[in-house]
Write a protein that binds this ligand. Sequence first.
Ligand code: DAH
Length: 358
Amino acid sequence: MDDFETTRSELKAAIDAAASREALEQIRVAALGRKGSITERMKGLGALDPDARRAAGAALNALKDEIAAAIEAAAARLSASELQARLATERIDVSLPVRPEPEGRIHPISQTIDELVAIFGEMGFTVAEGPHIEDDFHNFTALNIPPEHPARQEHDTFYLPEKPDGSRRVLRTHTSPVQIRTMLRDKPPLRIIVPGRTFRNDHDATHSPMFHQVEGLVIDKTSHMGHLKGCLIEFCRNFFDVEDLPVRFRPSYFPFTEPSAEVDIGCSRANGEFKIGAGADWLEILGSGMVHPKVLANCGIDPDEYQGFAFGMGIERIAMLKYGIPDLRTFYESDLRWLRHYGFVPLDVPSMVGGLSR
Ligand code: DAH
């Protein structure tokens, strides 16, 4: 019996001392496994006489149960402390600074173009493009600006060197030549916007030799001045995000449209603070009109069958107004501090459902 008690106390001590579940498993196999110490003793019972066998058998069974229960209890204790240890190492320090945001920023010009595309895209316009270097026909003549027309002087055109035949190509002075290219290439109905670079030989606080415009063109059999107005009012209110923004159409002149209108939006300059919205003042933001029949004819479109409207505006100008950017020249200085201040987070892609800008 002494031997029995020794086995018992040794096993209990080993179970108490086990530092891992693997160690516990080894103890279990050594005691209760097929060749374990308790199992071996059970096998030895057969050699005893019946009375002794009964007594020893009962004691051995009790020991077996006791050891199995002790191992189970120790396993539960060990998994609880393993969990505690894991929780301690995986602890999150909520006072640490958050992960840094992506560094890059979307330039306000790109952002504004994305917003224009989102607004006009929802109205069914697609984006068209054309070359920066144009010929006289697309930039002027086809747009009803013949040679010697005074409008040519206003454009401060950059000319390329004369070709042997005396013609000179130009850096396009507006995005309107893409109207011509589209009408010559595609059959109506047409509904395009043309965001892109334009060039004029003019450089001061409010003019840059390279700047951006967006052009719009709608050609079909039925579009009229009412559609032009509805489309541009909708655009202005969406772009400036002012639901009741006053919009005014003022008679004007462009060679390529007849009638023509300039579009003003309401603003106030009370107390030296400029604000877009209802107020005492107006601010011109774009030019527009019904496409001139001569322009349609120049592109092989029958003006007796087709009509439509066009518009054009400066992208820097509307970006400066919307985002309160005071100086045009800063757009092109590639100053990272400026870009961090006025730029946009790349993943905030403008959309009519998700919002234009945040
Ligand atoms: N091309 C004009 C400019 O550069 C802008 C413009 C005005 C475009 C009226 C148009 C329009 O299509 O209809 O000043």
